[in-house]
Design a protein around this ligand. Structure first.
Ligand SMILES: Nc1nc2c(c(=O)[nH]1)N[C@H]1C(S)=C(S)[C@@H](COP(=O)(O)O)O[C@H]1N2
Ligand SMILES: [Mo]
Length: 508
C-alpha cells in the first residue's frame, strides 16, 4: 500500500482531534461543565497569562478577547492534532503518546475543577480521538487486491468523505454539549426565583438627564442591558439565591453567616454610583452609571465587630475570584454596600446576581465583587487579591475625567452651532464643572445636566459656534472642590488612566 499523503494524515489528525474535543465537551456537559478540555484550558490560560499580555489582549481585541482566546485554543489544538496525524504516518504508537500528552494538558487544567467528574472529560477526549484516528488512517488501506482494485485516489477520496463526516459529527456533538450546559437541562432547570422577591428600590422613577436633547450623550442612568461587563468568568455563574449565603469572617469578634432572606430583610441603602473599570482608557466605554440598592457594608461589619489592626477586607466570589478593599472604604459612610438591585431591577446575572459588592469611588477590581459569597476582614500584609498578585495597584480610587461623546472623532460638520457633550465624573467630591477648549484656546464652561450625587457622573452639553477648518476639542472635569483634573497622561495599568480626552473634527 502506498503511504498516506502528508496532507491526508494531517486531515485525519485534525478530524480526530475535533472528535476528541467534542466528545470531551459533551462528557463535561454531563458531569462537570468547567472540565471540558477547551473550557478548562481557557480558564487556566487566563489565570496563568502574565499581566502585560492580558493588557495587550484587552487593548487589541477589547471585549472580544474571550472569544479570541477560545478560538485560539481550538485552532492551536487542532494544529497539534495535525502534527499527531503526521506522526501517525511513521508510528501510531508515537502518535498515541503525543495525543496522550495533549490530553494530559487538558486533565491538568481540569484538576482545579472540584469533584471526581472533572477527571472524566480528558480521558474521554483521548479515547475518542485515538479511536477515530485509527479508523480514519485505516480508511484508504483495505483495498481489495487484483485487477478490479480501485486506484489509490479512491481511497483518499473516501478518507476525505470520512473526515468530513467526522468534522460534521464533532460540530453536532459539541453543539449538543453546549446546549446541555446552557439550557441547564441537567442542572435542575432555570435559576429559581429568589424568595422573598428582590426589594428593587425606591418608588421614584429614575430621573432622565440630557439624553433626549443630546443624541450621542450617554443616558444619565445606563440601562442594565447596555451596562459594560468585565470579569474573568467564561460562563456567567448561575447562583441560586435560596441557598446562597454570605459569610463575614476573619478578624471579627462575631463571625456571621447571612441568608438571602436575612440580607434583604436588613435596612436598605440606595445610591446613584458610577462604576468604572480600571482598564477604561481616556474616552473609553468601560464605565456606567446605575442606581444601586443593598445593605451597607458598614452595618454588617459593625455587627460582626471588626478587631483592631485590620486594614483590608478580602471578598470572594462563588467562582473563587478575590477582591481586596480598604477596610476604611467599607466603613467610612460613603455608601459601600452589598447590592442586590440595579436600576430598579434585581441584579442581572452578568452583574453579580444575587449580590455584589459596590464601593463608590473605587475601580471595580478593588471594590465590586460580583456573585459575592464572603467578606474576610484581614490585613494587606497577610492577604492579596486576584489582580494585586498580577501587578495592579492595591488601592485604586477612580481618577476624575470627562469624555466627549458627541461629536464623534473624525466627523465632519457644517459651520455653525455644533452640540458638544458627554459625561464627567469626580467621585467623592462630585462634578463641579466641565470645561471645553477648542484648538488649545481658553477653557470655557459647559452647562451641566442634573446632579445625581457626588459618586454619579454628570452629563454636559456645550454649543460650539464652529468655523470652517480642522479643529481639536478637549474637555476636562472640575471637581466639587473646584480643582481641575490633572492633565498628565497615564495608561490604565496599574491604577487607572488619566489625561484630557481630545478629539479632532472637521468643519466645512
Ligand atoms: N466575581 C467577579 N467579580 C468581579 C470581577 C470578576 O472578574 N469576577 N471583575 C471586577 C472588575 S475588574 C470590574 S471592572 C467590575 C465590572 O462589573 P460589571 O461587569 O458589573 O460592569 O466587576 C468586578 N467584579
Ligand atoms: Mo475592571
Amino acid at each position: 500500500m502506498e503511504p498516506l499523503r502528508a496532507r491526508h494524515a494531517a486531515l485525519a489528525g485534525v478530524s480526530a482531534t475535533a472528535a476528541g474535543l467534542a466528545a470531551g465537551h459533551l462528557a463535561a456537559a454531563l458531569v462537570a461543565p468547567a472540565a471540558s478540555p477547551v473550557v478548562a484550558v481557557w480558564n487556566r490560560s487566563v489565570d496563568l497569562t502574565p499581566t502585560p499580555v492580558k493588557e495587550w489582549a484587552v487593548a487589541v481585541f477589547g471585549l472580544a478577547d474571550k472569544a479570541v482566546l477560545l478560538v485560539g485554543i481550538v485552532v492551536v489544538t487542532l494544529g497539534l492534532g495535525a502534527l499527531v496525524g503526521l506522526l501517525a504516518r511513521r508510528s501510531f504508537a508515537a502518535a498515541l503518546v503525543a495525543a496522550g500528552l495533549l490530553a494530559s494538558v487538558a486533565l491538568l487544567a481540569a484538576s482545579a475543577v472540584p469533584g471526581l467528574g472533572g477527571l472524566l472529560p480528558a480521558p474521554v477526549a483521548f479515547g475518542v480521538g485515538a479511536f477515530v484516528l485509527r479508523r480514519l488512517l485505516a480508511v484508504p488501506a483495505p483495498l481489495p487486491a487484483g485487477p478490479a482494485a480501485p486506484p489509490p485516489e479512491a481511497g483518499r477520496r473516501r478518507l476525505l468523505r470520512h473526515a468530513g463526516a467526522v468534522l460534521g459529527a464533532s460540530a453536532v456533538t459539541a453543539g449538543l454539549g453546549e446546549w446541555l450546559i446552557r439550557s441547564r437541562v441537567l442542572g435542575g432547570g432555570v435559576r429559581p426565583a429568589p424568595t422573598p422577591p428582590v426589594p428593587t428600590g425606591s418608588a421614584t422613577p429614575l430621573p432622565t438627564g440630557l439624553e433626549a436633547s443630546a443624541p450621542g450623550v450617554s443616558p444619565l442612568f445606563t440601562p442594565n442591558s447596555d451596562f459594560f461587563r468585565i470579569d474573568t468568568a467564561l460562563r456567567i455563574p448561575q447562583v441560586d439565591a435560596t441557598s446562597w449565603t454570605l459569610v463575614v469572617d476573619g478578624m471579627v469578634d462575631r463571625p456571621l453567616t447571612l441568608t438571602w432572606a436575612e440580607l434583604v430583610g436588613l435596612p436598605a441603602l440606595e445610591r446613584d454610583v458610577t462604576l468604572a473599570c480600571v482598564s477604561n482608557d481616556v474616552g473609553g466605554d468601560l464605565i456606567g452609571n446605575a442606581r444601586w440598592r443593598g445593605v451597607a457594608t458598614a452595618a454588617l461589619l459593625a455587627r460582626a465587630g471588626v478587631q483592631a489592626g485590620a486594614d483590608q477586607v478580602l471578598s470572594r466570589s462563588v467562582e473563587g475570584f478575590t477582591v481586596s478593599t480598604p477596610l476604611a472604604a467599607l466603613t467610612d459612610g460613603r455608601g459601600a454596600m452589598l447590592a442586590y438591585s440595579m436600576n430598579g431591577a434585581p441584579l442581572p446575572a452578568q452583574h453579580g446576581f444575587p449580590v455584589r459588592l459596590l464601593t463608590p469611588g473605587l475601580y471595580g477590581f478593588v471594590g465590586a465583587t460580583k456573585w459575592i459569597v464572603s467578606l474576610t476582614v484581614t490585613t494587606y500584609a497577610r492577604d492579596e487579591a486576584y489582580w494585586t498578585t498580577r501587578g495592579w495597584a492595591i488601592d485604586a480610587p477612580v481618577r476624575p475625567n470627562a469624555t466627549i461623546e458627541t461629536p464623534r472623532p473624525g466627523s465632519v460638520h457644517p459651520a455653525g452651532p455644533v452640540k458638544v457633550g458627554g459625561v464627567a465624573w469626580a467621585h467623592g467630591s462630585g462634578v463641579g464643572g466641565v470645561q471645553v477648549s477648542v484648538d488649545d484656546g481658553p477653557w470655557q464652561d459647559a452647562p451641566l445636566g442634573p446632579d445625581a450625587g457626588v459618586d454619579s457622573w454628570r452629563q454636559w452639553l456645550w454649543v460650539w459656534d464652529a468655523a470652517p477648518g480642522d479643529h481639536v476639542l478637549r474637555c476636562r472635569v472640575v471637581d466639587g472642590a473646584g480643582r481641575p483634573q490633572p492633565e498628565d497622561r497615564l495608561p490604565p495599568f496599574p491604577s487607572g488612566s488619566s489625561g484630557l480626552h481630545t478629539i479632532r473634527v472637521t468643519v466645512r
